[in-house]
Design a binder for this molecule. Structure first.
Ligand code: ZN
Length: 316
């Protein structure tokens, strides 16, 4: 584990989840904390070695997924630091059993309560409005930038020395190719976020799940393609007739040799659902209930040759 400097007061820790670190007025701020206690312990050890004597004032959580908040509980217990999050994500960070609850839409069963889904809870201080508008994070020079798409109220963090932490707004092409359905809850929002990132100047861009870069445009392009691929796959799965959400996932998953356990399957279903909502808002597909199943079909008037308009990234 290594602390790499990107700006005068900004560093990052490369890893499975790239974490951020920032200093202002002699105090430190961590941007996300990794997966678990062990990761939290390693981060604190690293900061203690590299930034000795700088107290950790707060953790800034970009969103509440377990791989971003999993080190919170350990770090807060050891240092007494605050945890800052937006209201919706903050509630999930304090009540982490709601993460698998959202996947299952009821109190979850054991198999989806592993640490990759449900982190240890921590105490959060909320900031910002709901929905979040761009603005300062508490009394610091850090700016929160809303990043709709991946989760409920995720945001990126801009530092005054030109580093833009992008949370899970973008994924590495290898991750896109391997998993296909990267978790998304709002497809229109995801496209808006990609366009915003593309038009933003920064000295460094730091996605959590892709290498840091000075030029983000190629990664934006690849992620836009990834979204369009899933939308098309979901739409095409309905070509031979109506299917349920689960059947759509099964078709696409089997055709692309995707592997998944129960938790991963439910995460993928979240993405199928958000693409169905997006296609439905664009009048491409419609739901109906038959034989006690919620089924989806192409919408009649859109039944023409080739995929419908809008797959190139335009919002319906
Ligand atoms: Zn993540």
């Amino acid at each position: 584990m290594e602390l790499k400097q990107l700006g005068e007061r900004t560093w990052y820790v490369p890893g499975r989840v790239n974490l951020g670190y920032y200093e202002e007025d002699g105090r430190g701020y961590l941007i996300d904390t990794g997966l678990d206690d062990e990761y939290g312990r390693k981060i604190l050890k690293l900061l203690n070695e590299e930034r000795k004597g700088v107290p950790l004032r707060a953790v800034v959580n970009t969103h509440s997924n377990a791989d971003h908040i999993g080190g919170n509980a350990f770090i807060q217990k050891r240092t007494g630091c605050e945890i800052w999050g937006t209201r919706l994500e903050g509630v999930l960070t304090e009540r982490t059993s709601l993460e698998p609850f959202l996947l299952w839409s009821a109190w979850p069963f054991r198999e989806i309560r592993g640490k990759f889904i449900e982190a240890k809870p921590s105490k959060v201080t909320f900031f910002g409005t709901t929905p979040l508008t761009e603005g300062p994070i508490m009394d610091t020079a850090l700016t929160a930038v809303p990043l709709p798409g991946h989760y409920l109220e995720m945001f990126g963090v801009k530092t005054p020395d030109g580093v833009f932490f992008l949370a899970d707004a973008l994924f590495d092409p290898a991750i896109l190719a391997k998993y296909r359905f990267c978790v998304m809850v709002d497809i229109a929002g995801a496209y808006r976020t990609l366009t915003m990132i593309e038009g933003t100047e920064a000295a460094w861009f730091v996605p959590c799940h892709a290498p840091v870069t000075r030029d983000i445009r190629e990664l934006v392009r690849q992620n836009r393609e990834g979204l369009a691929w899933v939308s098309e796959a979901v739409y095409d799965a309905l070509s031979e007739g109506p299917l349920s959400r689960e059947d759509i996932l099964s078709r696409v998953g089997m055709a692309n040799a995707l592997e998944m356990d129960a938790a991963h399957l439910l995460l993928n279903l979240t993405s199928v659902s958000s693409h169905l909502t997006w296609l439905s808002n664009g009048e491409k597909v419609e739901p109906f209930v038959k034989d006690c199943r919620l089924l989806w079909r192409h919408k009649e008037k859109e039944e023409k040759e080739g995929p419908p308009d809008g797959f190139s990234g335009a919002c319906p």
